[in-house]
Design a protein around this ligand. Sequence first.
Ligand code: SF4
Length: 219
Amino acid sequence: MKLLQMLRVTEIFRSIQGESTHAGRPCTFVRLTGCPMRCVWCDSEYTFKGGEHYSIDYVMDQVKAFGCKLVEVTGGEPLAQREAFQLIERLCDEGYEVLIETGGYVSTAGLDQRAKVILDIKCPASGEEPRNDWSNLDRLRPDQDEVKFVIADEGDWLYAKNLIKERALESRTKAILISPAWDQIDLQQLADWISASGLNVRMQLQLHKYIWGPDVKGV
Ligand code: SF4
């Protein structure tokens, strides 16, 4: 029974939130191990293996010690571990503001309604576009959830643009994040496409990578 309450964790650390509308805020990150996807530009491959088995109580103690009211549960793919749903509920019960960064493959059904979802929609150049779980779009809440497109080339941008319109994402989300894949696309070019689109989207850079560098972990 005890094993059911264990999580495989790559790292727990305090930093600033680097993406989303919460960027720049102090935040404790719980990075869970493992991901069923293999995006070609993935910057978190070190989470695919290893990790330590921690009880939810232990994770809660670690989070408390960092003293941030904002907590992000990320990965890897955090929702691939069913115990993550219990952790998220515990965090919400304890009064934390909880962000979930999910890759969009695992269903968000059953997630604590107090948690805020940042849902990736995988574009073609990721190699994982066919694995998007489209039912997740039906669970988006316009007052608190965000979607994120990582853009690696023009095909990705056109894909995102069409999908935003087809699925009426502007009215179904708090924000639509357009994030350049690191070192894959000219930032000014992406900015030009976005500004010319007339869409109510937000270009975002990964703040932590500009502060600490792209390869530093635990920040
Ligand atoms: S979903 Fe996230 S962690 Fe998983 S392979 Fe894609 S980018 Fe990496």
